[in-house]
Design a protein around this ligand. Structure first.
Ligand SMILES: [Zn+2]
Length: 85
């Protein structure tokens, strides 16, 4: 899968992925399952707000949609920014 030259990374190890595994060239795209609102979350904000040991799957459960206010129901992927694009 590709988006503006960026590619999804860590497709095979989502369950164990931790905040500490993210790098500055990654971003997380989250989509609300209720209203379809999408947002990007950059590692810097997770590093500030979360424990480095926290698993991404647990972190996203605490998210609340900015549009519809629904919590805990997002789909997410980690994208790798392609600097050559
Ligand atoms: Zn929503």
């Amino acid at each position: 899968m590709e988006q503006n030259g960026n590619i999804i990374t860590f497709p095979e190890r989502r369950q164990g992925l931790k905040v500490a595994d993210l790098r500055s060239w990654h971003y997380m795209q989250v989509t609300c399952r209720h209203c379809g609102h999408t947002g990007r979350i950059y590692p810097q904000s997770l590093w500030r707000r979360c424990s480095m040991d926290a698993r991404i799957v647990d972190v996203v459960r605490q998210f609340r949609c900015r549009d519809c206010g629904a919590g805990g129901a997002v789909t997410w992927d980690i994208w790798h920014i392609n600097r050559n694009a």
